[in-house]
Design a binder for this molecule. Structure first.
Ligand SMILES: Nc1nc2c(ncn2[C@@H]2O[C@H](COP(=O)(O)OP(=O)(O)OP(=O)(O)O)[C@@H](O)[C@H]2O)c(=O)[nH]1
Ligand SMILES: [Mg+2]
Length: 82
């Protein structure tokens, strides 16, 4: 079955997961927009928590890019000393 699917659809795409982190308003969404849409917005909204986009480059390679917003609301117990 696997061989049949491969013959019909070609090889499965290669999947990568990338974490995009950085200071508040450092340009993470702008960078992601440029990669995904090949254009940028002048005033993108602040990212709340997470923004995920998949960029295909080159064909057969899927890059799942997770932008973690600069303003992250974490439960307070994550912020306490161990
Ligand atoms: N001049 C200049 N401005 C930029 C650049 N990249 C982003 N900006 C501007 O900086 C501001 C913040 O950009 P975002 O891409 O929203 O930054 P962010 O890191 O995603 O912000 P958060 O999601 O709020 O953490 C926007 O007004 C962008 O237009 C750059 O390379 N040069
Ligand atoms: Mg952002």
């Amino acid at each position: 079955m696997n061989a049949l699917a491969k013959w019909l659809y070609g090889p499965a795409p290669v999947e990568y997961k990338v974490l995009l982190i950085g200071d508040y308003e450092c340009g993470k969404t702008t960078f992601l927009d440029r990669l995904k849409f090949e254009q940028i917005r002048e005033h993108p909204n602040h990212t709340v928590n997470v923004n995920v986009e998949t960029v295909v480059y080159p064909k057969g390679y899927n890059w799942h890019i997770w932008e973690i917003g600069g303003i992250v609301s974490l439960p307070s117990d994550h912020l306490q000393d161990p």
